[in-house]
Design a protein around this ligand. Sequence first.
Ligand code: UDP
Length: 438
Amino acid sequence: MYNDQDQKYLDQFDELSAYPINNYESIIGKNEVLSIKDLAHSLEERKWVHVNSTFEGGGVAEMLKSVVPIAKGLGIDCKWYCIEGDENFYSITKRFHNIIQGLDQHFTLEDLLETYIETNKRNFEHNKIFSDMTIVHDPQPCASIVHGDYEGKLIWRCHIDTSEANEMIWNFLLPYINNYDGVIFSMKEFAKKGIKKPVYQVAPAIDPLSKKNRQRTHKEALNTLEDLFKEHKIDAERPIVLAVSRYDIHKNQKTIIKAFKELKKSADIRKLKPQLIMVGNLASDDPEGKEMYAEILDFIDGDPDIYALLNIPNNDENIGALMKMAQVYIHVSNKEGFGLVVTEAMWQGAPVIGSNVGGITLQVIGGKTGYLVDPYDVERIVAYTKFLLLNDEEREKLSYYGVEHVRKNFLVTTLVKKYLVLMRFLLGIDFPYFRIEI
Ligand code: UDP
């Protein structure tokens, strides 16, 4: 066991207090809670660290805000650190993100050596992480395995869709990746050639007890949204088509707008007077968001039935409430590691139209928990949206199966359970049943 007394660390998220696993019993059942406690038993007081590059915005930060407190509640000494970089670093790592997800991007040697590697190095100049298991999330801190300073077992957890990653950038990252003790992807298809370490498949998950995801009644949701709706002059009586995500090229928000404009041309639909509400925020490690938001506003071109909101107040409560109210939820990214928002929307009972891309396909089972479309297939998006807006029974059916699919597969308790098995394996206690051969 490692002793971190007198140790100076990286920037630490320290507002997270322990959260008891027993609180999840009403959602996952007593047996599941007992099995998680059982796994954690031999890990009490062991050290478990997460390293990423932002405390706010995006799916990783969202999950860590629950995983860390639950681990603490189980008696594990769990901490979350963030590497810090300047604007240039985030611009480079955003380009990493884009090029890994298939966009054409350019890097200079200086970008890679002076900014990316140097930032990873600098974050550890006065810091060392001692931990039984450290999970390093995504490409931003990936190189810290070599240029940082760690002691203990290390796992690289990749949250993005790497299936078509540009060879050059993949080959640049590969020596780093192969220095870890293992790699986690959300889907088997994301594990590209060249990985020489054990690979695991672990899907992301949501916390059903968080402010955003707690299940609420329609009436409660309406109350929550009162101020937001007043501020933006949104009529609560009109059906809501909803889309929530960072303003980002891969989230393909323009297609949603195009489809909604098309949808309004139908006479049946015009009678219903639906409105499209888009909600987005800016992640601190994503420098492109502002520009994308401006483009989206331009693209909406003053359509009075489309709202594109940015950084809404009371974010978590309002997003959960909007998802509860949504008659249709659309998420048609052209690349998607997972798309936590899909699970969040399904958990609130929103019928989902998702693109047949990356991790969305784990969540949306066509015709059962939602509908799958090609990301740019405006015609189908319009057809499914119309069908759902006009069919209460179909919405109820998708909603029911959506909730149950999430309960079984995408709650944070399942995620923590897999991490615990992995930790036990790294410490020589267990063998993880979710290891995959590639
Ligand atoms: N999110 C939010 N407010 C917003 C937009 C997004 O809280 O205005 C949250 C969203 O609810 C989800 C996360 O940000 O929890 C986005 O995760 P996802 O995996 O969908 O996408 P990522 O941003 O990681 O690509």
